[in-house]
Design a protein around this ligand. Structure first.
Ligand SMILES: [Cu+2]
Length: 197
């Protein structure tokens, strides 16, 4: 039964002068709090906790560049059809317009082929920006393989981060990507799915 709650927690991303990896600078208590919230976020029954949201991205404000790390099938949430343990639009990644987005797609946990792609909406089969997908995204990266790709967030709007291997997005393997007028990147947990695996 889906009983999506409203916004659970918004991560405040500090204003950095130089390159920072957000998670490393966070007080331990906040990481613990995030982990606790993750337990509500659709990974009940999973032996592996979802990746704390703060570890999804790092950025350099001065050069307007953000690096996003995506681990397909990071745990058993949504039967493994997740990124970093989150799926079905539970997480929003917001990036300011004009920033360069570099994505590390690390398929080093799941035993299946997966891809990382930025698409316009549900059921898209090609990336919405040139270069905004891991190689051959409908075939996917084999287990143990990683890919790195980069694109510029040129057009404001709401998009999806999805796996384009057939049926995977349908099974829940997508999150939300937004290009906005915000000043800095952020990662937000939009909702949880109590009772769902
Ligand atoms: Cu997949």
């Amino acid at each position: 039964m889906r009983r999506g709650t409203t916004l659970l927690r918004t991560l405040r991303t500090e204003r950095f002068e130089r390159t920072q990896v957000c998670a490393r600078r966070r007080p331990r208590s906040r990481v613990v709090a995030l982990t606790a919230s993750v337990a509500l976020a659709g990974c009940g029954g999973s032996a592996h906790l979802s990746e704390p949201l703060a570890r999804w991205l790092s950025y350099t404000a001065r050069s307007k560049s953000v690096t996003l790390t995506l681990v397909p099938g990071a745990n058993n949430a949504f039967n493994g059809f997740n990124f970093n343990g989150y799926g079905r639009g539970a997480v929003l990644v917001r990036v300011p317009r004009g920033w360069r987005v570099t994505v590390r797609c690390r398929n080093d946990v799941s035993g299946h082929r997966h891809s990382c792609a930025f698409v316009k909406g549900a059921n898209a089969t090609a990336p919405v920006f040139a270069g905004a997908a891991s190689p051959d995204p409908q075939l996917g990266l084999p287990p143990g393989r990683s890919a790195r790709f980069s694109f510029v967030a040129t057009r404001p709007g709401s998009y999806r981060i999805a796996c384009l291997v057939p049926e995977h997005e349908l099974m829940g393997m997508w999150d939300v990507f937004e290009i906005s007028s915000s000043r800095l990147p952020s990662v937000t947990l939009l909702r949880s799915y109590p009772g769902e695996p």
